[in-house]
Design a protein around this ligand. Structure first.
Ligand code: FAD
Length: 386
């Protein structure tokens, strides 16, 4: 009897292999030469965001009928991983746009909202996701931005903090409460277009890592939006936030995976070139073992990230696996990037070489889309019933 075996988890289909290698080649050819300057200037190179749209990387899961690539969530994860090998700052733009904004619309928007926004999001409008505030980070549903009902809509007032893509964005998903006394039940998601009176992008953060990515304050000062801007129903915002972030953190896992792969590649190349005591340092067993341990941790991360993404695409429960993947990937990225700095020696400590940027970029993996403690709380809940 012919036996059939399940496909190995990390085996990519022909289309996935082609997609991954195309994005990676693009990252190496077009992004790599600009990484250092973008980090220094704290902005993306002119034309780069347009190129991401041109390659179809901003509408990965948008249906083809609406101008997107009609791909899977796993494809989005592959894109984030491939770009992160070269620049995690560019990857976060692609990640937030696809795994949070586009996903929220695909899952929760009305047919009219999808027809209005998905073709734009696939072709030239960057999306941003505005949940956090100065007083509400991990405790996201303590947010204070108010949505007062007005005839025909809502007036939004408040301040959002840490909003990725804010400088580039043409559409913001803004979370506000229709009733501050109602707790999470008042939280409502709004689709707010750039240029809406009362919406201003404020101060840009001067960050440790992913410096080219814009992270800004968002000011809502009596910003009037119509009923057609409500995503799903009033009071459903908490559900939208929880569900999109559950998916989104697999994207952050992919960002940290790609970062670790990128750092490892630089460390391995450098180790083969750099000579001490008359031979390449890669010939010393201590250096080989360091690289071998890093490679093993990266492989484990890949299995976890791919498994979470494949579970999500298969419609199977994935929340625990997503939290574990993000938690683990951010630890591995930090360890691998740190070890990469050491393999480079003194050159790892200066900006002329790529190691230190990976090290700086890795830190945010333990913070955004739920800190490591928040991931552990989710994992504890799913494993201990707590
Ligand atoms: C570069 C960057 C980009 C970002 N992009 C976005 C974005 O696009 N949109 C958006 O809405 N937000 C964004 N954020 C915000 C991010 O999601 C928050 O920073 C994060 O959720 C943590 O919130 P906080 O900074 O308020 O930290 P806090 O919640 O104050 O946490 C501080 C520390 O306390 C710990 N802690 C808090 N509560 C508990 C608890 N109950 N048990 C145990 N430990 C606890 C945390 O784990 C952490 O170590 C971004 C942040 C950064 C840095």
């Amino acid at each position: 009897m012919a036996q059939s075996f399940p496909t190995p988890l990390t085996q990519l289909s022909e289309e996935e292999t082609l997609f991954f290698s195309t994005v990676r080649q693009f990252a190496q050819d077009k992004i790599a030469p600009q990484v250092s300057a973008m980090d220094e200037r704290q902005e993306f190179a002119a034309g780069l965001v347009d190129r991401l749209f041109g390659l179809g990387l901003m509408g990965i899961e948008v249906p083809e009928a609406l101008g997107g690539a009609g791909g899977s969530f796993f494809d989005a994860v592959l894109a984030v991983e491939a770009i992160s090998t070269v620049d995690p700052a560019v990857a976060v733009l692609v990640d937030v746009h696809n795994t949070l904004v586009v996903n929220a619309l695909r899952r929760w928007a009305t047919a009219e909202q999808k027809i209005r926004w998905l073709p734009k999001l696939a072709s030239g409008t960057v999306g941003a996701y505005a949940l956090s505030e100065a007083g509400s980070g991990s405790d996201a549903f303590a947010l204070q931005t108010l949505a007062e009902a007005t005839p025909g809509g809502f007036r939004l007032s408040g301040r959002k903090l840490w909003i990725s893509n804010a400088r580039e964005a043409g559409l913001f998903i803004v979370f506000a409460t229709v009733d501050r006394g109602a707790g999470y039940k008042g939280i409502t998601a709004f689709l707010v277009e750039k240029g809406t009176p009362g919406l201003t992008v404020g101060r840009k953060e001067d960050k440790l890592g992913i410096r080219a990515s814009s992270t800004c304050e968002l000011i809502l000062d009596g910003c009037q939006v119509g009923l057609e801007c409500v995503l799903s129903d009033p009071g459903k915002g908490y559900k939208i936030a929880i569900e999109t972030l559950n998916e989104g953190r697999i994207g952050i896992g992919a960002q940290m995976l790609g970062l670790a792969e990128g750092a490892w590649g630089h460390a391995a190349r450098y180790a083969k070139e750099r000579k001490q005591f008359g031979k390449p340092i890669a010939e010393f067993q201590a250096v080989q073992f360091a690289l071998a341990e890093m490679a093993t941790e990266i492989e484990a991360t890949r299995l976890m990230v791919y498994n979470a993404a494949r579970l999500k695409d298969a419609g199977r429960p994935y929340v625990k696996e997503a939290a574990m993947a993000k938690l683990f990937a951010s630890c591995v990225a930090e360890r691998v990037a740190s070890q990469c700095v050491e393999v480079f020696g003194g050159n790892g400590f200066v900006r002329d070489y790529p190691a230190e940027k990976y090290y700086r970029d890795a830190k945010v993996g333990k913070i955004y889309e739920g800190t490591s403690n928040m991931q552990l709380m989710t994992i504890a809940k799913h494993t201990l019933g707590k």
